[in-house]
Each structure stands twice: as structure tokens, then as C-alpha cells.
Design a binder for this molecule. Structure first.
Ligand SMILES: *Cc1c(COP(=O)(O)O)cnc(C)c1O
Length: 360
């Protein structure tokens, strides 16, 4: 069965057996069968998210957990620092403001990473309970060095929690949550995890749960303490979970761990390297500042001035879906995602189709 192959930064291609897992018969969410599924998932999810602390699964997209992060981490009278160098960081700032948080926003030119020195300069003003940072800014194809930022924050601002959006990088890139001393890492199912949309995952530190106790009005659906209370009592989730999607996650975690995390990260990097070589061969430049290119999505600068919608339409006729630039970057850039299931062979098939357009 042939279908258009997705090389967009989410949703991504899904393995047939993962899709099929969603057709398992329904069970009650308070049944022993569901509890067995849930408690079989959690330790493997911790393994993939590289944490021995807490993980939570919500029936929402990743944006829901952006909301959870600011609602649980920031006390009244204290501020949250939003580092913004792209569309998804911009959204997180809007999420913070609309939840009534005192949000201080620092804008960095799109295409550049978030640097420790910029974070240091902003945090020096004092009063910050948390910082939000997008690890892999899908709109610009930039991956920031969150490890370096975390080192700075942990050393100089030990009370400031580090909240990380890794929606388009988690599981495709090594992000050692515990080792870096992060406090929340949130991600969505439909990007590098290669699942259908509808689930979000978070790694959460003990420190963030302690902080949440001091924050009133955390809301209910995304209250981390409520989610934790259920797990601590050996229960599953407070509200009805997305059972079919969890069946898919169950199968996908087996696939991810069977491939091996190191191999999975290496495959993503290999696909990135191929995409860079393809772009350069055709005299395109890359949009991100050199050294900060994302390993899961390449944002190509349209330095040849091609008709991007034309190329996208041509590729679509060949059975491949690639992404235009985001927002203001539309037609000035285009994006090729190499996350989730893609192999070097898949990338070559896409490049063959794009080559046919570029040499016409
Ligand atoms: C896709 C994306 C989001 C939004 O995630 P949803 O699952 O659509 O809510 C947030 N941040 C980044 C970096 C993304 O790529």
C-alpha cells in the first residue's frame, strides 16, 4: 500500500506494526490489563528519556505540556525567562503570559542558538523561578546546546528550574536529562518518536515536584502533583488515557529499544549529514548558524531562489511530502525532516525525486 511519505517535521512516518497496534480491542482504563500496559510502558519510556526520576504521559499534544511546565514551576511574585529564537519558543512565551505568569522574554535572531551567555545576562536580573528553552527549534532547524546552558544555570542560578521543549528531538538525539540536571523535558508523540499525534511525554525532576507544592492554581488536567499522586498510589492516570495510542507506544518502545538508542541517534545524524551534502551539492546554504544544525530537521536556505511551492508540488507528485519554511521564512527556506523512521535509503529516494526537479 503506497502513501505519500512524510519528510515534514511532524507528523512523521509510522511503522505498520505501530499503526496496527491501535486496532487492539479496547479495555477499561481501570482494568488490570490497562494497568499492566501502563506499568510496562513507564520504565521503557524512562530509558528512552534518559531519566531515573519521573515520567508522565498526557493525552494531549506537546503544547499541553508547555502549559504544564509554566503552571507547575513558577510561583506568584516570581518570573519565568523565555528564551525565544523561533516560532515554538514564541508559543511557549504566549502560553506563559496567557496563564498569568510574569514572563520575561528575550528575543534572539532566528537562525541562532540560545547561548549560555545570553541566558546568564538575562538571569542576572534575579527573581526567576524557571527558564524555558527549546532544544530543537523546528521553525529554524537550529539545535541549541542545552547541556551548556544547563551547566551555567545549575552553577550560577541553582534555584532556577530548567524547562526544555524537546518536541522535535527527544529520542532522535541524546539529551541526558539527569546528567544535565534538567527539570522538565517535554515532547510529543508525532515527531521523532514516530507515533500518531495525541500523546505527550515529560521527564520531570524531583526538584520540580517540590517546587509545584509551592505553586497555587496549577490547574487540574496538567497538575504534575495530581499525576504523581496517582502513580504513587499504584494507579494510572486521573482522566481517561488515550488507550489506542498507548498500545502504539507499547510497540514503538520495543522497536526503539531493539534498534538501540545509540544506533537510533547515529541514524538520525547520518540522515542529517546526507541532507547537508545534498543541499550543498545543489548550491543551497543551510539556514542555521554553522555548528548548530538540527540532527532531526534540516532548514535549507533558498539561496538559489527556486520556486519552493513548485518543488514541494513536484515532490508531492513523486510521493514525497517536504515542508516549506515556517511563517516569515516561507519560500526563503524549506525543511526536510529526517526524524523518526527514516533511513539513509529513504533519504536517497527523496533526494532522487528532488534532483529530478532541480535539473529540469
Ligand atoms: C511541533 C512542535 C511543538 C508543538 O507540538 P504539538 O505536539 O503540536 O503541540 C512545540 N515545540 C516544537 C519544537 C515543535 O517542533
Amino acid at each position: 500500500m503506497s502513501h505519500p511519505r512524510l519528510f515534514i517535521p511532524g507528523p512523521t512516518e509510522i511503522a505498520p506494526e505501530v499503526l496496527h497496534a491501535q486496532t487492539r480491542p479496547m479495555v477499561g482504563h481501570r482494568s488490570k490489563a490497562f494497568a499492566a500496559l501502563f506499568y510496562h510502558i513507564l520504565p521503557r519510556l524512562k530509558q528512552v528519556l534518559l531519566t531515573q526520576q519521573h515520567v508522565y504521559i498526557t493525552a494531549s499534544s506537546g503544547t499541553g505540556l508547555q502549559e504544564a511546565a509554566v503552571r507547575n514551576a513558577v510561583r506568584p511574585g516570581r518570573s519565568v525567562l523565555n528564551m525565544v529564537a523561533g516560532a515554538f519558543a514564541d508559543r511557549w512565551n504566549k502560553v506563559a503570559v496567557s496563564n498569568g505568569k510574569d514572563a520575561v522574554r528575550v528575543d534572539i535572531e532566528w537562525g541562532r542558538p540560545i547561548r549560555p551567555e545570553d541566558v546568564d545576562a538575562a538571569l542576572a536580573a534575579g527573581g526567576f523561578d524557571a527558564i524555558t528553552i527549546v532544544h530543537n527549534e523546528t521553525s529554524t532547524g537550529v539545535m541549541s546546546d542545552v547541556g551548556a546552558v544547563a551547566r551555567l544555570v545549575r552553577e550560577r542560578y541553582p534555584d532556577t528550574l530548567i524547562l526544555v521543549d524537546a518536541v522535535s528531538s527527544a529520542s532522535g538525539v541524546r539529551i541526558p536529562f539527569d546528567e544535565w540536571g534538567l527539570d522538565m523535558l517535554l515532547t510529543s508523540s508525532q515527531k521523532a518518536f514516530a507515533l500518531p499525534p495525541g500523546l505527550a511525554f515529560a521527564a520531570v525532576s524531583h526538584r520540580l515536584l517540590e517546587r509545584a507544592r509551592e505553586v497555587p492554581h496549577r490547574g487540574w488536567y496538567f497538575d504534575l502533583l495530581t499525576l504523581e499522586k496517582y502513580l504513587a498510589a499504584g494507579k494510572t492516570t486521573p482522566a481517561t488515557p488515550a488507550i489506542s495510542l498507548l498500545n502504539a507506544l507499547d510497540v514503538q518502545l520495543d522497536r526503539i529499544l531493539a534498534e538501540g538508542l545509540e544506533a537510533r541517534w547515529a541514524r538520525h545524524e547520518a540522515c542529517m549529514t546526507m541532507t547537508h551534502a545534498w543541499a550543498r551539492k545543489h548550491d543551497f546554504e543551510l539556514f542555521p548558524e554553522p555548528g548548530y544544525e538540527s540532527r532531526t530537521v534540516t532548514c535549507v536556505a533558498n539561496t538559489r531562489g527556486i520556486d519552493v511551492p513548485d518543488m514541494i508540488a513536484f515532490a508531492r507528485e513523486q510521493g514525497f511530502v517536504i515542508g516549506n519554511g515556517y511563517g516569515n521564512l516561507k519560500n526563503q527556506t524549506f525543511r526536510i525532516a529526517h526524524m523518526g523512521e527514516h533511513s539513509p535509503d529513504d533519504m536517497n529516494a527523496l533526494f532522487d525525486a528532488l534532483d529530478a526537479f532541480l535539473v529540469r
